[in-house]
Design a protein around this ligand. Structure first.
Ligand SMILES: O=C(O)[C@H](O)[C@@H](O)[C@H](O)[C@H](O)COP(=O)(O)O
Length: 259
């Protein structure tokens, strides 16, 4: 099932395996387009189950046909831990993805894990993004003035959080920073850095990759013709300048199908 609304597409697949296949093709096509048109493909990764759902990219035909040299990778959010810590989103992506493809190590921008204070780590990562803008690797949105990434790959928690932006948290209202920090994340570990909504919503493309029955309730709230509430879930605040594609399996979509 695929439904379209404006620049939003909702694609529902029979199972998580089919989501993984479709996601690989979608990422490979965007990578080709950006590599040919601009010579750069800027990609933002989440942590969590997303990395596993990207697993088809490290298989044929993609692993040998994607021009990995054009990829530049940053994190939508990161836990403030050492890179070799089992909680690190960098480690998750390294073990499941980077160690199997040929992205130049210098094009992978991890947080500085020598900065133990989340506020310092957030400042440092924002400075890193500014350097990438100065080098012409990331463009700024003409509309918002915030960085405009080619592709953001976004997961969601059962509570509807995206990045490290949690329901009813004051960070949902941040309008100035590119990268901010949280010390009271309800999902452990508590200390994290995260992109803000102005950056998320300046993206050229966002893929919301949501699989599993535990996400069905939040998906239903976001897509199920509910009356808009003043207390929007973070996932409902995802509204990019460019294109938004929802990749759902039947389990995640089970409650919207009934409406
Ligand atoms: O803390 C994390 O794991 C990530 O930083 C976060 O951005 C992730 O995308 C969501 O929490 C969904 O995670 P799951 O896909 O594991 O539910």
């Amino acid at each position: 099932m695929a439904a379209a609304k404006g620049d939003t597409k909702v694609a529902v697949f029979d199972c998580e395996e089919d989501v993984a296949v479709a996601l690989a093709k979608y990422i490979a096509d965007l990578s080709d387009k950006c590599a040919k048109e601009k010579g750069v493909f800027s990609v933002v990764l989440s942590g969590g189950s997303l990395i596993d759902t990207m697993r088809k990219l490290v298989e044929q035909p993609f692993v040998d046909t994607i021009d990995w040299s054009k990829w530049h990778v940053v994190w939508l959010d990161e836990r403030v831990v050492r890179k070799n810590d089992s909680e690190s989103n960098y480690k998750l992506a390294y073990d499941g993805f980077f160690c199997k493809v040929q992205i130049p190590p210098n094009n992978i921008y991890a947080i500085n894990d020598e900065l133990p204070a989340p506020e310092d780590a957030a400042d440092d990562y924002e400075a890193c993004l500014k350097t990438l803008v100065e080098k012409g690797i990331i463009e700024l949105s003409k509309a918002s003035g915030f960085p405009k990434f080619d592709l953001m790959l976004v997961g969601m928690g059962p509570d509807g959080h995206v990045a490290s932006l949690f329901p009813r948290h004051p960070l949902l209202q941040e309008r100035n920073r590119w990268v901010t920090y949280i010390k009271d994340s309800p999902k452990p570990p508590p200390e994290r850095i995260t992109f803000t909504f102005p950056v998320i919503n300046s993206s050229a493309n966002i893929a919301l990759v949501l699989t599993g029955p535990e996400l069905a309730h939040a998906v239903h709230i976001a897509l199920g013709n509910q009356q808009p509430s003043s207390d929007l879930l973070p996932v409902q605040m995802v509204s990019p300048e460019g294109k938004l594609t929802w990749f759902l399996d039947q389990a995640a979509a089970s409650k919207i199908k009934a409406t």
